[in-house]
Design a protein around this ligand. Structure first.
Ligand SMILES: NC(=O)c1ccc[n+]([C@@H]2O[C@H](COP(=O)([O-])OP(=O)(O)OC[C@H]3O[C@@H](n4cnc5c(N)ncnc54)[C@H](OP(=O)(O)O)[C@@H]3O)[C@@H](O)[C@H]2O)c1
Length: 515
């Protein structure tokens, strides 16, 4: 049987979402691990300021491609922009580009999606469902096509507790909803959304579920693999340990904890934090076409790429290790000393949100205003709270994901491929991973330099002692005010202070006599 590397030899692939987090890692891995790949066509939207080609060039100039730029810049020439948009007719692709894709593409990776959990339903359906439908229509025209990878999410059926590697029936005919979007007033659709999407918690998972059912209706006679990663976190190894490029999901949480801004969050410490490193997910995606081509099945294959069943990690561990890592390797400039807590109690969470988030935020804004600066802290907390709210459904529950198809691919991989595309999660050390993830947040999100770590540690230690001293002084002032009010307590305050003083003197004498 040919290896994965051989499989891609001389082949051209078409990628949607190549400018995104997973898309960039996918391009980087294909270029570095499959040196004989022919072409990588990437669907890229243009903006008012930049053409598709300019946007692709900027994406290829990012840190993810640093090593390729230095060692083999020519390799990047294999990556070509195809101007388009998931919401356009024929994905907005020009006629001549379409013809070229129809002639040459062997593998399609569909990663483009709007990933905003609370996206307007119209946009979520247009991009994630209708866009998938349009892509499948084009795939039917591709004469060399061997396989398609559709990237979904493990939470596309998160209203169920046990999730198997199969496509579940849709709550509504996706085509009916797509048709309804043509004539329905946006305001009406918005008003209908809260009644339409339950038991799905948000428009993102709802649209992802519908996109999967589109694959059954529109994907007949095509070899399709649906890869469902759970929560995609920073890279373990590639392109660099800790590599991350946006604040979505756990990276935003880690950054907010590291800065000392996030102090309370709704979540169950014992629930499974089903995180997978981006490079592991991408390596599975690269292996899937090889597997599909070598399998006799004509049905779409589903691959739940989740860590919970093979190597469980809990939110409690994520919280503790994030705090420990950011105390050991602090960010350059903390807002407050990191201290965060997951709680399942909504009253406790509301209390701490008011007193540990909003009160200090308002005070900080007052200080900024007194300095003649723009108050920004309360606004930032508004954003953080909205992000937390969209995540708390996932931090409070656990899901039982079955992942036999992922295990089957791994078992069938030739040894040489296992070394290159190592997506086996059971061997992953979470201690090691969390350390890399936190350092990745520092380097790739906050753009801090690791050679400045000693200075950051010094600043952090100074900040800790200042905070402790201030808190100590405040505590003494408070206690003395209370004692002054209560005569009896005043007496015991003096007595205990005297006793404390005597103990300190005694201890220091004892210690000096030992020396
Ligand atoms: N990250 C996770 O935790 C996670 C977990 C499970 C599944 N997934 C799935 O993995 C895939 C990739 O996620 P990601 O984290 O890489 O997301 P991302 O960084 O937000 O990237 C999304 C990509 O989709 C493109 N896109 C969005 N709307 C488009 C449109 N109308 N036309 C053309 N392209 C469009 C974006 O292009 P622009 O650059 O033009 O915006 C971008 O390249 C998604 O399908 C997502 O559902 C992600």
């Amino acid at each position: 049987m040919a290896t994965i590397v051989d499989f891609y030899k001389g082949k051209s692939v078409f990628i949607t979402g190549g400018t995104g987090f997973m898309g960039k890692v996918l391009i980087q891995r294909l270029l570095t691990c499959c040196p004989d790949i022919q072409r990588i066509y990437v669907l890229v939207r243009s903006t008012a300021k930049e053409s598709s080609q300019e946007r692709l060039t900027s994406a290829l100039s990012t840190v993810a491609f640093k090593d390729i730029c230095m060692s083999d810049k020519e390799n990047l020439r294999k990556v070509c922009a195809i101007s388009g948009d998931m919401v356009g007719v024929d994905l907005g692709i020009r006629h001549d580009d379409l013809q070229m894709l129809f002639e040459s593409v062997s593998v399609v990776f569909h990663t483009a999606a709007t990933v905003k959990f609370d996206e307007a339903l119209k946009t979520a359906i247009e991009v994630n469902v209708s866009g998938t439908k349009k892509l499948l229509a084009l795939c039917h025209e591709m004469r060399q096509l061997e396989a398609i990878v559709h990237v979904s999410t493990a939470y596309s059926n998160c209203h169920l507790k046990k999730i198997e590697e199969k496509i579940y029936p849709s709550p509504i005919q996706p085509n009916q909803l797509i048709d309804a979007l043509q004539w329905m007033d946006e305001g009406v659709l918005k008003a209908m959304t809260p009644g339409l999407i339950p038991p799905w918690p948000n428009t993102y998972t709802y649209a992802k579920a519908l996109a999967e059912t589109i694959i059954i209706s529109d994907g007949s006679n095509l070899k399709i693999g649906i890869v469902r990663p759970s929560i995609v976190g920073a890279a373990m190894r590639f392109p660099f340990p800790g590599y991350i490029d946006n604040y979505n999901g756990p990276s935003g949480l880690l950054a907010a904890i590291g800065k000392g801004a996030l102090r309370t969050m709704l979540g169950n410490r014992n629930a499974i934090a089903d995180i997978v490193p981006v490079d592991y997910a991408v390596d599975l995606m690269i292996a899937v076409p090889w597997h599909l081509v070598n399998s006799s099945s004509r049905e779409p294959q589903v691959y739940n790429f989740t860590s919970g069943s093979v190597n469980p990690l809990t939110w409690g561990y994520v919280q503790d290790s994030t705090l420990a890592n950011f105390r050991r390797n602090p960010v350059d400039c903390v807002y407050r000393i990191p201290a965060a807590n997951f709680t399942q109690n909504k009253i406790v969470h509301t209390f701490w949100t008011l007193f540990d988030h909003l009160l200090p935020a308002h005070l900080s804004d007052l200080v900024l205003m007194a300095q003649g600066k723009k108050p920004t802290v309360v606004r930032s907390y508004g954003k953080l709270h909205r992000a937390l709210k969209s995540l708390d459904y996932f931090t409070q529950g656990s899901w039982d994901f079955r992942s036999d198809n992922v295990a089957a691919i791994w078992q069938s991989l030739p040894l040489s491929d296992r070394k290159v595309f190592d997506f086996e999660l059971s061997n992953l050390s979470w201690k090691d991973y969390m350390e890399k993830f936190c350092l990745g947040v520092k380097v790739y999100l906050l753009h801090e330099r690791l050679d400045r770590l000693p200075q950051a540690r010094q600043n952090f230690a100074r900040r800790v002692s200042i905070t402790r001293t201030v808190l100590g002084i405040v505590a003494v002032i408070l206690v003395s005010i209370i004692c002054r009010k209560l005569k009896l307590l005043r007496h015991s305050w003096v007595v205990s202070l005297t006793a404390l003083f005597r103990m300190v003197v005694l201890l220091s004498r004892l210690l000096s006599s030992r020396k």
